[in-house]
Design a protein around this ligand. Structure first.
Ligand code: DAH
Length: 346
């Protein structure tokens, strides 16, 4: 080693001493101190490096550099340790100063709950699951074919006019009912079929206390050998008693739907006056809750089902209507306004 390198070793050590002391002074976290230690005194640290390369220094200079480097190492180690102790102490003091009032009551966690519509859907679907039905779902953006055509609704049928239907494109409406699920499912699955299908439907309606442009339906379909209107009636009687209470009566009136023949409108005893007649049921004692009927043979044949061998019934109900009757709610908008004062009650 020449004179110059000897000098530069000394200069380096001096520089490390100075810099490390500034860095330690500035450090406010123990993690930072560890970094500094690593940089100067770690296995690959600067001072360590000098001590390791002593053998390459001429023998007469070795003790001098060695001594100075050792002293520097001790010095840096010492200031790091002191600062570490200081920071630890300070942290403990800070913790002790934090004032925790253990007598304060804890913050209450607010538990959410199911929306009344979800609850009603679950309640109704569970009744049908209990009778052996399965639950299936269909798309809300539907093809014209499934929403209308496959259900015997010809192009000039009033239900197709812009007045009732919201369209995404010419041939793609938002479904106006859950009935298209019947066709979609029958196309792909073997008979017998017992299904219900809950979901949102859309219509171009002006919004008021009994109308909404989005609402919820539950569709039902049973196709099997020897299914008759008696099965439909018995099934809906069980349903009505389970939803509204034992002894609840229903009534079937002739109706019209293009996809059922014969069709029936199903009424339930008014839950307000229990059939006596009041303003809710317009003095009739009965309230319509769903549309139903025997699946039209055209629809079965269209899908390739032999309508001589298989018959079926179908029904579709409005979930809001049923919840309104059951829980005595007088405005449909309450379901969609998300006012917690309303929702919390159920
Ligand atoms: N889709 C009808 C509606 O939205 C309800 C309906 C009536 C469904 C008769 C049916 C049915 O499955 O057979 O008003």
């Amino acid at each position: 080693m020449n004179e110059k390198s000897f000098e530069s070793y000394l200069k380096d050590i001096e520089k490390y001493l100075k810099n490390s002391s500034i860095e330690v002074e500035k450090a406010s976290m123990i993690e930072k101190l560890e970094e500094i230690y690593h940089y100067y005194l770690g296995r690959k640290g600067n001072i360590t490096h000098i001590l390791r390369s002593l053998s390459s220094i001429p023998e007469d200079k070795r003790p001098i550099i060695g001594k100075i480097a050792n002293e520097a190492s001790e010095q840096i180690g010492k200031i790091i340790n002191e600062k570490r102790d200081y920071l630890k102490e300070k942290r403990i003091e800070e913790i002790l100063e934090e004032k925790i009032d253990v007598t304060l009551p804890g913050r209450q966690l607010k538990l959410g709950k199911l929306h009344l519509l979800t609850k009603t859907i679950n309640e109704i679907t569970n009744i049908f699951i209990g009778m052996g039905y399965i639950v299936v779902e269909g798309p809300e953006v539907e093809l014209d074919y499934y929403n209308f055509e496959a259900l015997n609704i010809p192009p000039d049928h009033p239900a197709r006019t812009l007045q009732d239907t919201l369209f995404i494109t010419d041939r793609m409406p938002l479904r106006t009912h859950t009935s298209p699920v019947q066709v979609r499912y029958m196309e792909k699955h073997k008979l017998p079929i017992y299904l219900i299908s809950p979901g949102r439907v859309y219509r171009r309606d002006n919004i008021d206390s009994t109308h909404s442009s989005m609402f919820t339906q539950i569709e039902g379909l049973a196709v099997d050998k020897d299914i008759s209107m008696a099965h439909l009636k018995a099934t809906l009687e069980v349903f009505a008693e389970k939803v509204f209470g034992e002894g609840t009566k229903i009534r079937l009136l002739p109706g019209y739907f293009p996809y059922t023949e014969p069709s029936a409108e199903v009424l339930v005893q008014c839950q307000e006056c229990m059939g006596k007649g009041c303003s809710v049921c317009k003095r009739s004692g009965w309230i319509e809750i769903l549309g139903s009927g025997m699946v039209h043979p055209h629809i079965l044949e269209n899908i390739g089902i032999d309508s001589e061998e298989f018959t079926g019934f179908a029904f579709g109900m409005g979930v809001e209507r049923i919840a309104m009757l059951k829980y005595k709610i007088n405005d449909m908008r309450l379901f969609f306004e998300n006012d917690l004062r309303f929702l919390r009650q159920f």
